[in-house]
Design a protein around this ligand. Sequence first.
Ligand code: GLP
Length: 275
Amino acid sequence: MKLTVDILIRKDYNEMSKTAAGFIAQLVQSKPDCVLGLATGSTPIGTYRELIRCHREEGLDFSQVTTFNLDEYLGLGVHLDQPYSLDQSYARFMYEELIKHINIKKENTHVPDGLAKDPGKFCQEYEAAIKDAGGIDLQLLGIGGDGHWAFNEPGSSLGSRTRVQALMKQTLDDNYESFYAKAGFERKNMPHFAITMGVGTILEARNILMIANGLKKADVVAQGIEGPVTAQITASAIQLHSGGITVVLDEDAASKLKHKEHYIHVERMKKEYNL
Ligand code: GLP
């Protein structure tokens, strides 16, 4: 598989999603028993739709794939007996947006257990399960409005491991707007804590695939990619990764990048010389 440090700019959300899904599909084809790190949020929905299309129309085979999700709200778990809108767990999101549409074995899909009786112990077991599976081949990531990866809020150590994290105001506001409000929940009723892979856990993935779209993300994308590495923008840890890094952005999310033209040239150069 060829994944290098690339910042790829696409004209819109649709193209961003197709490009991101292309990398994942390429990995699944070349390593059918690969381990994928998956993300939730509105950003990856298009990527998952494209993967579902590849499965249905092109026979992309997920039967040997294992997945580990980044995070889950503490106190939430899947309730398939409830309508999707009322079940705001990330486990349900994954089931509805990807898992139920592809031929992956349910037992090979992992989302942190928001209902774990001993969440601290669960976090250690989650880390161990990732190791036992051989580590993550490719971790898909969005970026939060405050620059976070998974639920690694500003101030999280860049060496942090899977743990319980208190969510900050901006994340609660953003996630309330995107999901909870639509389901008719009151703001005060949304979970304030979560289980999240740590930044250090994420950095151990052999490849990182970060995606972002929309003007709302333009500032944090620029800070994360071109700003200083800081625990205040945990996505800036991408600059510390030593393996393959690919960032796929739509034009809006890329609009504040200082070296945008350069990234476009690099992509052109790589294509022209087959690098
Ligand atoms: C949540 C998730 C993150 C995600 C972020 C952005 O906080 N824990 O993994 O990247 O939301 O979500 P969206 O893609 O909806 O902007």
